[in-house]
Ligand binder design. Structure first.
Ligand SMILES: C[S@@+](CC[C@H](N)C(=O)[O-])C[C@H]1O[C@@H](n2cnc3c(N)ncnc32)[C@H](O)[C@@H]1O
Length: 251
């Protein structure tokens, strides 16, 4: 079952990757959310070995090299994304792996100072396997920072500015979307509760340092909102967090 989902999601990501070139990358943590420049969760990137889970087009790794990271490593399910990341990181000695995050693919163990993931973790079909592997890649004391849609967000719909709950937050499962970015690219995205992310981190051996339910970035302070029913909008973001960001440490 999960092998089928991974295959389908991979095909669809290969198809829509071009829509995401440079999107969802550090210093951004997510739509309208505070940025790394405001939150400062990565303390001291200089000379650190970093691994990006779901590295996409490679722009977060580029940010890492600009901040002085000593080694750049990334993993992504999509061949197209890995190809784009190679172009983004041309001339840099980046180690890029095409693999699902929930499967071992030869990444070194007890090696990284920091592992991070910007808007990719929630795609995993096996959260506990993904977190256990991430834990194994880190040095003791190393940090893991990830951002993803706030778990309630996928259930929030709006019409004429009224925000309401669709489906049940209580029922963890999957949502199937026949189209992705307006293309015929079916994807399956798991839905999980906030507590599931937190408890799976603890089970994998992490200590939680911060849980952030995003507020709107000060970059939008001067922007007037308009009533909008789009999936992500400033209107919604000023009323409900788009993004959860969790920082944890390998015990
Ligand atoms: C929104 S993009 C992330 C963008 C990225 N953070 C950046 O800096 O450009 C989500 C990425 O997750 C990847 N992905 C989806 N499912 C995955 C899985 N099971 N394992 C690894 N990567 C996955 C997709 O191929 C896609 O590149």
């Amino acid at each position: 079952m999960s092998a089928d989902i991974l295959k389908q999601n991979k095909n669809s990501w290969d198809k829509v990757a071009h829509h995401f070139n440079g999107k969802d990358a550090l210093p951004s943590y997510g739509p309208f959310a505070q940025t790394e420049d405001e939150l400062r969760l990565f303390d001291g990137i200089e000379n650190k070995k970093v691994l990006d889970i779901g590295c996409g087009s490679g722009h977060s790794l580029k940010y890492m090299t600009n901040q002085g990271a000593s080694e750049l490593w990334g993993i992504d399910l999509s061949e197209t994304q890995i190809k784009t990341a190679k172009e983004t990181l041309e001339g840099l000695d980046a180690h890029l792996f095409c693999s699902p995050m929930e499967e071992a693919c030869g990444l070194p163990k007890h090696y990284f100072d920091m592992v991070y993931s910007i808007y990719a973790i929630g795609w995993t079909t096996n959260l506990s396997a993904a977190f256990e592997l991430i834990h194994s890649y880190l040095k003791p004391g190393g940090s893991f920072i990830f951002s993803w849609d706030h778990p309630l967000y996928a259930h929030l719909k709006s019409g004429n500015g009224q925000i309401y709950l669709e489906g049940a937050y209580q029922n963890e499962g999957v949502i199937k979307y026949p189209n992705f970015k307006g293309e015929e690219a079916p994807v399956v995205i798991p839905t999980r509760k906030m507590a599931t992310y937190i408890n799976e981190l603890i089970k994998a051996g992490f200590t939680i340092e911060f849980v952030i339910e995003s507020d709107v970035s000060s970059n939008y302070d001067e922007v007037k909102e308009e009533i909008s029913d789009q999936y992500y909008s400033l209107y919604k973001a000023r009323r409900f967090p788009t993004t959860m960001i969790i920082k944890s440490i390998k015990r």
